[in-house]
Design a protein around this ligand. Structure first.
Ligand SMILES: [Zn+2]
Length: 159
C-alpha cells in the first residue's frame, strides 16, 4: 500500500474539484529537524490541505478490502485505522503569507516514474503536471496522452 500515492491522487482530485491548483504535492520535503531526510507533504491554505486529508481518508475507506480495485492499492488486511492515525499526525510549517506545508516525516517519498522522462515533468500535449510515480502506459488525466518511458538514441532519457 502506497500512502504517498493516495495523497498525491487526492491532491489532484481536489484541485480538479475546485478548478484551481490550490494544493501542491511534495514528494521530497525535508522539514525542520529532519536533517535532509525526505518525506511526503502537501502545500496550500490550511483549510484546503485539511480537506485533502479528509479526501485521502474517504478514498482509502472506499477502497479498503476491494481486491478488484483497478490499482489494487489497498489489500483486504489493510490497516485503515493505522492510516487515519498516521494521516492525522502531520507536522506543519508556514510557507509564505497564507500557505502552509503539512508533512508526514514517516511517509516515504514515492519512487520516480515515467514523469522523469518528460520536460518539466509535464504532459507534452497539454502541459499538465505529470504525477510523481506515474507508471509507463498510464494516461494523462487531462487529455488522455499515454506516457511511456522514453529513451533517446544515445541511450539517455529524451528531454
Ligand atoms: Zn495531457
Amino acid at each position: 500500500m502506497n500512502i504517498a500515492k493516495l495523497i498525491s491522487d487526492a491532491v489532484h482530485s481536489y484541485n480538479e474539484q475546485v478548478g484551481d491548483n490550490l494544493v501542491g504535492f511534495r514528494n521530497s520535503y525535508s522539514g525542520r529537524g529532519m536533517y535532509g531526510r525526505e518525506c511526503v507533504g502537501i502545500t496550500g491554505p490550511l483549510g484546503d490541505c485539511r480537506k485533502v486529508i479528509a479526501m485521502v481518508i474517504n478514498d482509502a475507506y472506499d477502497n479498503t478490502g476491494d481486491v478488484d480495485h483497478e490499482e489494487e492499492l489497498l489489500a483486504p488486511e489493510f490497516d485503515f485505522r493505522g492510516l487515519v492515525d498516521s494521516l492525522m499526525d502531520w507536522e506543519q510549517d508556514s510557507m509564505g503569507r497564507s500557505d502552509m506545508v503539512l508533512y508526514w516525516s514517516d511517509i516515504k517519498p514515492m519512487e520516480p516514474g515515467v514523469e522523469q522522462f518528460y520536460e518539466h515533468e509535464q504532459c507534452p500535449d497539454c502541459g499538465e503536471d505529470i504525477p510523481t510515480g506515474t507508471a509507463s502506459g498510464e494516461q494523462c488525466r487531462n487529455c488522455g496522452h499515454v506516457f511511456v518511458e522514453q529513451v533517446g538514441n544515445d541511450g539517455a532519457p529524451a528531454s
